[in-house]
Write a protein that binds this ligand. Sequence first.
Ligand code: ATP
Ligand code: MG
Length: 342
Amino acid sequence: MAESMAKHRIFSGIQPTGEPHLGNYLGAIRQWVEQQDAAAPHDALYSIVDYHALTIEMDTGALDRHTLDLMASLVACGLDPARVTLFRQSDVPEHTELGWIFSCLAAMGDLQRMTQFKDKAEQNRDNINVGLFTYPVLQAADILLYHADLVPVGDDQVQHLELVRECARRFNRRFGETFPEPQPLLSKVPRLKGLDGSAKMSKSKGNTVALSEPPEQIRAKLKVAVTDPARLRRNDPGHPEVCNVFTLHGFFTAPHDPARLGAIERDCRSAALGCVDCKKELADRMLEHLGPIRERQAALRARPDDLRDLLEVGRRKAAEIARATMETVRERIGVRVPRRPR
Ligand code: ATP
Ligand code: MG
């Protein structure tokens, strides 16, 4: 009983690599908001991890613009900078300092097994930089700097979290018990597929629906979204269990009208409902849901100074914890050890 009520500290991050999309929203952001709004919320830190995004090449000025845009999106989705610590990674230099320390503990062999590195190296063949390789080491610093013990993740990050725990264990073994071994809090939507119906929806894969997308564009994208691959002709019965459009109905139709989801499933199987109409209905429900988020997002994006002020609020809260952690860490490993006061 006492244990289940103990307060945890949560940390999670999102990269300013482009417009946040339905995968980020359903798989991460929406659940961060639910956690914040719970009756007894845990202490939570959410970071816009701009140093991670630096592993991908962008036009000059794009990183700052994406960072502000992402801040606007997070707040528009309901994260409240007064109740959670919402901050930019590069505002707290201790992340990179601790990242170096962990890079002296992590094993090359462990990093070489990371599937995200293999994927991203494949996608960015002309820019396979060292940061892309050591990405999970910086992630270990992000999490452990705050002694977070719970990390909400999609299934793409479970492997990284194992490495984070290994960094904590190695540090503790060598320098004394300092860090907890954080556990993954697996997302309720661990891997939303892209509109191509195969790969994970991902900013870098061009298969997304962005939260900020204009309605006509969302409708156009849904029109060509892959459904049940076996349904070749209009009158063939469908297989909703393998259809990404049906999965999305589960998020956007079911909460308002659970009976309608059952009807869609039945009518898809009997071919009474065709893909064209089914997608049109999904677009309507999705636009109803995303409309208010899009409006708040646009209003916030028009006020960059206010967004920078909100980032400063988060920086202050995060920096205080980070400073205390690093004082202990430096002392334990024997770097920057200050003269003791008399
Ligand atoms: P990139 O392509 O630049 O890596 P991304 O779309 O994978 O971008 P991240 O910033 O890497 O987004 O991830 C932010 C959070 O969103 C993570 O918790 C991740 O697990 C989650 N997430 C990303 N894509 C999906 C998805 N398709 N389904 C569920 N969760 C996702
Ligand atoms: Mg990613």
